[in-house]
Design a protein around this ligand. Sequence first.
Ligand code: NG6
Ligand code: CA
Length: 509
Amino acid sequence: MKKVFLCTFLLCAFLVTHLKAQQRPNVLILYTDDLGYGDLSCYGATAISTPHIDWLAQNGLRFTDAHCTASTCTPSRFSILSGRYAWRKKGTGILPGNANLTIPTDITTLPKVFKRAGYITGAIGKWHLGLGNTSPIDWNKEVSPGPREIGFDYSFIFPATADRTPTVFMENQTVVGLDTSDPIYVSYEHPFAGELLGKEHPEMLKMKNDPMQGHNYHIVNGIGRIGYMKGGKRAEWTDEELGLTFNTKAIEFIDRSREEKKPFFLYYAIHDIHVPRMPATMFKGKSKLGYRGDAILEMDHTVGIILEALKQRGMLDNTLIVFSSDNGPVLNDGYLDQSPETALAEHYKPAGIYRGGKYSVLEGGTRVPMMVYWANKIKPHTISNALFTQIDLMASFAKMLDEKLPENEFTDSRDYFSTLTGRQNTNRNYIIEQSGNNTLAIVKDGWKYITPGNGPTLLKAVNIESGYSKEDQLYNLKTDPQETDNLALKFPKKLLELKTLLNETRKEL
Ligand code: NG6
Ligand code: CA
């Protein structure tokens, strides 16, 4: 009798755990690069059409007030993966390609939360969070710590940005296709003997760099880059095949999760639409907006490919998809690819109604497109005006997975899973935004306070308004979304409230 009871108990326990694992959705984060609030047709763009991305909005939830934590890449990615504001840690600004890993390996991270819950975890695409812990990095063997040490079972990445050396793919932290007789060396200080540089060989370039901005050092695929590199000739990528390569690896990873019968968490950091914009041949000249528009079409195609792959495998209904961007838009970010001219001709506004863009502290810097798709859980065509920040993904998914974040460990991440999935419209209490020069802003109840500083009001090289001022700035975003009427003197109490809250938050940790 006892035996029968025990067996029944064990069977029930097994079924409950199994069922729980089955109910857990796969989670896919599609994280694009430099995509602005006004760059998608589902956010009002008319000069471009993004049907696959729009599908996510039509069949899920679209945010109007979602933010990345910074208006540049590394700090936003640092925050989304670690659940900590990047300004709390030194050395988390835009990284060179030979920087060491910035995310501590001993803290809870977004992928670790999934791993603990029994998921298989993967990082594909752009990394830009540093690798290894030696200087210089030895690129000719496995480089660690890296994605694995912060919680990713699998990674297929490029180390920094497409405009920085080393211009190679890395699978599980090892350069792909490396010929050992042609070892790789990378430097950001000195060129290597015999290395041809863009600034000395403009005749070798198929796309001109902006002389104001550099990008005229190492040459790969007829494009000048930031940084120097020697060797690894066979391993170097062709920009036109970045999309195809990453998509293929993403699908392989999805298949691996099926084989292992585990739900997956995939952080797919799509390389589009960052410079150099050099999309696959089939997208060249396809938009009215030059290579930047063509790169948007390539990014939309990528989303379509991944959605189709999930559908074909019967996995779409059980995959929760988050689509967003790491910072606001920029037209000329170092290469003369006609983006500013075509945007002007088409009256194209990459940040939508907002001012500023990449690097700036104005809304255009961090207010980004964000959609969440989850079949049968989120109603089609849901629009949320709630204030949301990507830093909360870690605590929100921990909640979904019933995983407790360690109580004795500091985190900036809070659970807003109900807001993320449209069940509630609850605003986050406040959010903090960080600009390219580390100016901070805080937004609460529709009010925004920007700290004073010395930066230029116009970032000349990229032609973007920064939002910097020597004075305290206070805006009412509800009535003045373009941040034109500084109310700091008119509302001293509000100013003090936001200033104090920001200072208190800064002191935490
Ligand atoms: C800037 C680069 C820009 C881009 C950016 C990083 C110059 C003048 N400009 O420093 O081209 O690479 O860094 O972009 O070097 S991000 O999206 O990864 O933050
Ligand atoms: Ca970026």
